[in-house]
Design a protein around this ligand. Structure first.
Ligand SMILES: Nc1ccn([C@@H]2O[C@H](COP(=O)(O)OP(=O)(O)OP(=O)(O)O)[C@@H](O)[C@H]2O)c(=O)n1
Ligand SMILES: C[C@](O)(CO)[C@H](O)COP(=O)(O)O
Length: 235
């Protein structure tokens, strides 16, 4: 990187309840091996050379964080905690509001512990060299179908040309992302990732190819797959 590096803060939305996982506790606190999913994710981000600090966004009633906080001493980067909101976008905004406006925000789901350090560093290098925000994404490889609402009957085949899965991290200048989310919320636009807020506000977004193993642990079978991936990484 030739130009001076901006201050980059990783925001980790970890305030969800994990309803689709159907577990007794929020999925980010389920364990794989000897660590929670959240700790696995934090340990990956802690290895990214360009990240200066971490902001962890947790639920106001989170009663699990205290059980793992003592392990944060193993992290090299400063970490602080803020309280999230009702939706993921509210939690992201809470994290953004804890950042200096001239920082870049790297938003990464706590539920994506299999992300690769090299993919995150490639995303940061690409975005900063083009001075444009971007996301990790993976190309759609399967034939895509759309079903009748509420049924599993096919209504159409959706072209997979130039179709990607949006993943995380998603990296944007803090001031741009805050303004875009606030505009989206003012117009009741649906924002399920940071890029959709940027797009709604007319901004451009880069996509960097990610390893397809960067799955979001959402349902029980995702937990099984992530366990296989993380165990394989340990070998
Ligand atoms: N109000 C919310 C909702 C979600 N998240 C976080 O956003 C990430 C991606 O969201 P998702 O996978 O949907 O998690 P949950 O909302 O917990 O899952 P579900 O939709 O199944 O309840 C997760 O790390 C989750 O903890 C958050 O910080 N605040
Ligand atoms: C941000 C995200 O992980 C990109 O794919 C996804 O939009 C999160 O969606 P969720 O419904 O909050 O899991």
């Amino acid at each position: 990187m030739l130009q001076p590096m901006p201050h980059i803060v990783a925001i980790i939305p970890a305030a969800g309840v994990g309803s689709r996982m159907k577990a007794d506790i929020p999925k980010q606190y389920l364990t794989i091996g000897n660590q929670t999913i959240l700790e696995h994710t934090l340990s990956v981000l802690d290895k990214v050379q360009y990240i200066n600090e971490i902001v962890l966004v947790v639920a106001s009633h989170d009663s699990y964080l205290d059980d793992i906080k003592e392990n944060f001493c193993r992290l090299t980067k400063p970490i602080k905690t803020v309280v999230g909101g009702q939706e993921r976008v509210d939690s992201v905004l809470a994290g953004l509001n804890a950042l200096p406006k001239d920082a870049w925000a790297l938003v990464h789901d706590a539920a994506r512990p299999c992300v690769l350090v090299k993919d995150i560093e490639q995303l940061i290098e690409t975005c900063l060299s083009q001075n444009m925000g971007g996301i990790l994404a993976s190309r759609v490889k399967d034939t895509m179908k759309r079903s009748i609402k509420g049924s599993n009957q096919i209504t159409e085949t959706v072209s997979r040309d130039n179709l990607w899965h949006a993943l995380t991290p998603q990296l944007f200048p803090t001031h741009q992302l805050v303004a875009s989310i606030e505009l989206s919320q003012k117009h009741n636009a649906t924002v399920t990732d940071e890029a959709s807020a940027i797009e709604f506000a007319g901004g451009q977004v880069l996509m960097c190819e990610s390893s397809a193993t960067n799955l979001k642990i959402t349902t029980p079978d995702d937990l099984q797959l992530a366990t296989l991936i993380l165990n394989a990484k340990q070998m």
